[in-house]
Design a protein around this ligand. Structure first.
Ligand SMILES: [Zn+2]
Length: 384
């Protein structure tokens, strides 16, 4: 590591740095103004606020409240206004635009098609509307000078019984914008093994999936997701920390499961702010991502729900940089980790790393080198 890369990145550099995002929920990232617009157009009158600024604050406070009912209510509102093709397309397009504006160059955005059927759409219509929106958002981003690629992950809800159907849907659209599958929802009481048929189907189809595990619930959930279901990645996975012992002298001992996760390079889709809100971590400085990064787990940085957490990829990195003193090298490490773990084909991942991510960071680092050279030559000239 050269001296200039040790400097703390500025907010502007963090935003311009190419970032890759693997864990972001479509129904958790709407613009407050769009929710107000869509609610008005669809005659939905249950929003707690109709002023976009106040509504944005309401979402963050509800998510911060520690009350599960209030947290779930936030998604009831966003899903309520995402029940038509036009609404889904708009929300997906704005999602791609907002991520691109924030310097995200690759994103996998997930949503549960079964939650968008209230006004009569079919599962296929939901997927096609969202895909159309992502393509539209990518096009608008390109016009604005940004480059982003967005893939969809189809989520099945843990408490429901449609996982196999949604897995089949993910497989049907795998060459048309859907890159994988996920299960989400309450972990306690709904172990991933309830949906074994879906995972076995996807494995037989050589398809990819991630599982929300090790967030609210601990090691057994992670173990099941990996060893029973065969997940390619772990959504959150923060509780893997329970299988790592740090002794007073600083020596570290990994249990069998933690060692397996690290040895097999299982990607951890970590979402710091979201984890603080749900109580899975108590502060940024104490978030397990610090130790996991030091121990070279395949850790990645993600947003989870940008609206409810009032966050963005840049914001998550700013907070981690503040907590752990991370540099552009660390940011690049997390970003390359995410890109290596993406569900698109290997050659396309490699192209993103070599043609977009590495040159992007090299350019940012060269700004410092240039600054240093200029200040050195200036100070040399000033000498008598
Ligand atoms: Zn999530």
């Amino acid at each position: 590591m050269t001296s200039q890369t040790r400097e703390t990145p500025t907010p502007d550099q963090i935003r311009r740095a190419p970032k890759a995002l693997l864990h972001d929920h479509l129904d958790g990232g709407l613009r407050p103004g769009t929710i107000v617009d869509l609610a008005r157009a669809q005659g939905y009158d249950k929003l707690p606020e109709t002023d976009p600024d106040k509504l944005g604050i309401w979402f963050r406070e509800a998510a911060d409240s520690g009350s599960l009912e209030r947290y779930l209510e936030t998604f009831a509102h966003t899903c309520a206004v995402m029940q038509t093709k036009e609404a889904l397309k708009r929300v997906a397009a704005e999602c791609a635009e907002d991520l691109a504006e924030d310097g995200v160059v690759y994103a996998e955005v997930r949503y549960a098609p079964e939650q968008h059927l209230e006004k009569g759409l079919t599962l296929e219509e939901v997927v096609e509307a969202v895909n159309e929106g992502f393509r539209e958002g990518e096009r608008i981003a390109r016009e604005n000078g940004h480059r982003i690629r967005v893939g969809a992950l189809l989520t099945a809800m843990r408490h429901a019984a449609r996982a196999l159907e949604i897995a089949e849907l993910a497989n049907r659209y795998r060459d048309e914008g859907v890159v994988g599958f996920d299960i989400a929802g309450a972990e306690a009481g709904y172990p991933p093994t309830r949906h074994l048929d879906a995972f076995e189907y996807l494995k037989r189809e050589n398809n990819h999936f991630t599982i929300h595990a090790g967030e609210a619930f601990g090691l057994p959930s992670i173990w099941q997701a990996l060893q029973w279901c065969g997940a390619d990645r772990l959504g959150h996975g923060v509780r893997i920390i329970d299988d790592i012992k740090v002794a007073e002298d600083g020596s570290v001992h990994l249990g069998r499961l933690a060692a397996y996760v690290r040895d097999k390079r299982i990607p951890l889709e970590m979402c710091p702010t979201s984890n603080l809100q749900t109580g899975a971590a108590s502060s940024y400085a104490e978030h397990p991502i610090g130790l996991l990064r030091r121990l070279h787990f395949r850790a990645t940085v993600n947003t989870d729900n940008r609206l409810m957490s009032g966050t963005s990829m840049s914001r998550e990195f700013e907070l981690l940089i503040e907590a752990f003193g991370y540099t552009l090298d660390d940011m690049q490490w997390f970003t390359v980790n995410a890109m290596k773990s993406a569900f698109i084909p290997f050659d396309e991942r490699l192209a993103m790393i070599n043609d977009v991510i590495k040159p992007g960071y090299a350019e940012l680092k060269s700004e410092w080198l240039f600054k240093q050279t200029v200040s050195t030559s200036t100070s040399v000239k000033k000498k008598p």
